[in-house]
Design a protein around this ligand. Structure first.
Ligand SMILES: O=P(O)(O)OC[C@H]1O[C@H](O[C@H]2O[C@H](CO)[C@@H](O)[C@H](O)[C@H]2O)[C@H](O)[C@@H](O)[C@@H]1O
Length: 276
């Protein structure tokens, strides 16, 4: 399972606390915004982690930066998240952005239309009931029901991680043919349909205007983002990770604040100082 940076063993850290393998990435690698598609993960990339999913907040300036990137790319900016579109819209309200939600389960290509494509049916109610019962294992385990998936958050109950995964495995073993998969995230265990991923969502997004034909760059931090890192070369695109240097990325940021600063610099036309 992928580790939080905070959980990274000491031998993977440099003496100053930075992640290893840092290498300068020329700013010229970033495509000009008139030819780029900007694809951004939310939690742990744009936003700092919070104790619970509802407690995240959008720092001053971020929405304005995103709106300007949206304009400069003629609409080719999309949020690519594990959150539902409804959740994304609440977080960034009153602003709306094109988005892939639910790890590829939902998609909205344009902000000026209500059209949302749903790519996943609801989880089986009996399966959901059994999974939801896992939350009773310990106080602090939070249930997030997205309809098409269910997430068990244990940021407030880290001791429960092993028990959660064991309980999910038992349920999973009872349903060997169910089209579901267990997605480990940061202090979260999510059970979702196996037919969609962030990568399948991005592939579809890139088939449509205004994204089609542009060079994407994607920034993400979590294990689910690795599927998108892997397909960026198919679009002559670039991937950047956050918190650690992931396989196949062109560079990484230490923390979400560095991502926010980088995006703001892109608009200013300045050389990003924090990309390593
Ligand atoms: O794909 P992302 O946009 O990065 O979303 C991933 C998950 O983010 C949320 O959970 C995570 O953030 C919470 C708030 O900081 C934190 O409390 C939790 O521990 C993290 O796992 C969201 O609740 C999930 O639905 C997303 O899948």
């Amino acid at each position: 399972m992928k580790q939080d940076l905070a959980e990274m063993p000491d031998d993977e850290m440099t003496p100053d606390g930075a992640t290893p393998d840092s290498a300068a990435v020329p700013a010229s690698l970033i495509p000009h915004l008139s030819r780029a598609a900007v694809l951004l993960d939310i939690d742990g990339t744009l936003l700092d982690f919070a104790p619970t999913p509802r407690e995240v907040w959008v720092p001053p300036g971020l929405s304005e930066t995103l709106k300007q990137l949206y304009e400069r790319t003629s609409g080719a900016l999309a949020l690519v998240s594990g959150r539902s579109l409804n959740d994304i819209d609440l977080i960034f309200a009153p602003d709306l952005f094109p988005a892939i939600g639910g790890h590829g389960a939902e998609m909205r290509l344009h902000t000026d239309s209500e059209a949302v494509a749903a790519h996943a049916p609801p989880l089986d109610p009996e399966l959901k009931r059994r999974l939801a019962a896992i939350a009773k294992l310990s106080p602090g385990i939070l249930l997030e029901d997205k309809g098409y998936s269910l997430a068990l958050h244990y940021r407030l109950a880290p001791h429960a991680e092993k028990a959660i995964y064991e309980a999910v495995s038992l349920i999973r073993a009872d349903l060997p043919n169910a089209p579901i998969e267990v997605l480990p995230g940061k202090s979260v265990c999510e059970i979702k349909h196996s037919g969609h991923t962030k990568a399948s969502g991005v592939r579809e997004l890139m088939m449509h205007a205004p994204f089609k034909g542009r060079r994407p760059f994607f920034i993400g931090d979590d294990v689910t983002d690795e599927t998108v890192f892997a397909i960026m070369p198919d679009f002559d695109g670039l991937a950047f990770s956050v918190g650690r240097r992931a396989t196949g990325v062109a560079g990484h940021f230490d923390a979400p604040r560095d991502v926010r600063e980088f995006l703001a610099h892109l608009i200013d036309g300045e050389t990003p100082a924090t990309l390593s």
